[in-house]
Write a protein that binds this ligand. Structure first.
Ligand code: ADP
Ligand code: MG
Length: 238
């Protein structure tokens, strides 16, 4: 059974429909990347899966539950945004453990989860620093670490690398791929960057104007684009 299932999912803002009934099955441990031009509905779709936006029609299931009416905290999802906000007055260690402290988990459990996330993301040397003393890439790793400590079933990423320079983006792509191999979770990742999509995805979902134009492995969409939009966007040879 699919881990995340979208059935005819629609989103309107007032009288404007921005997502027009999309269908998608995401498997356990699959790395699915949504890619498409700015404004095509990627973030809206991700936010509906997270429960941050109400859906206007259709159905979203996670595991065997329909989650249409469930608030974000009941969905066992972690989301990493482009403008990740770390708490500036807290150390990296405190930032990593924050959501577990709020959830009143025992200290031993928090320590263990923080140690694990820190090891996965190579944050050990920085645990006692504050975000202001870190580079952009290190801060982004802390943001990912904060998402990991909750052991979510599903990770959602919305353009997590857009604020980083090209070199760092390339490094972070490798980090994210490693992260997926180590933690074995389902990842749904949004980007407008074709290279990022092609290198990270098990399956790539190409969106345009609120529709899914095509989905398939990176090789499939590259070699057999369904139309010129996909071909141009992905950069397939003519
Ligand atoms: P993407 O992430 O692909 O760039 P979005 O999902 O953010 O696109 O936006 C899809 C469309 O929905 C755009 O036309 C955008 O202007 C519109 N939109 C997004 N959020 C809102 C909102 N809160 N109110 C009205 N329109 C919105
Ligand atoms: Mg967006």
């Amino acid at each position: 059974m699919a881990n995340v299932k979208l059935k005819n999912v629609v989103k309107n803002y007032g009288s404007l429909e921005v997502v027009h009934g999309i269908n998608l099955d995401v498997d356990h441990n699959e790395f699915v990347v949504f890619v498409g031009p700015s404004g095509c509905g990627k973030s809206t779709t991700l936010r509906m899966i997270a429960g941050l936006e109400k859906i206007s029609g259709g159905e979203i299931s996670i595991g065997d539950r329909v989650v249409n009416e469930l608030p974000p905290r009941a969905r066992n999802i972690s989301m990493v945004f482009q403008n990740y906000a770390l708490y500036p007055h807290m150390t990296v260690r405190e930032n990593l453990g924050f959501t577990l402290r709020i959830a009143k988990k025992p200290q031993s459990e928090i320590d263990q989860a923080v140690a694990e996330a820190s090891a996965i993301l190579s944050l050990d040397p920085y645990l006692d620093r504050r975000p202001g003393e870190l580079s952009g890439g290190q801060r982004q790793r802390v943001a990912m670490g904060r998402a990991i400590v909750r052991h979510p079933d599903i990770f959602l990423f919305d353009e997590p690398l857009s604020n980083l320079d090209a070199k760092l983006r390339a490094q972070m792509r490798v980090e994210i791929k490693k992260l997926h191999q180590k933690v074995q979770t389902t990842i749904i990742y949004v980007t407008h960057d074709q290279v990022e999509a092609m290198t990270l995805a098990d399956r790539i979902v190409i969106m345009r104007d609120g529709y899914i134009e095509q989905q398939g492995t990176p090789l499939e969409v590259f070699e057999k684009p369904v139309n010129t939009f996909v071909a141009t966007f992905i950069g397939s040879p003519p």
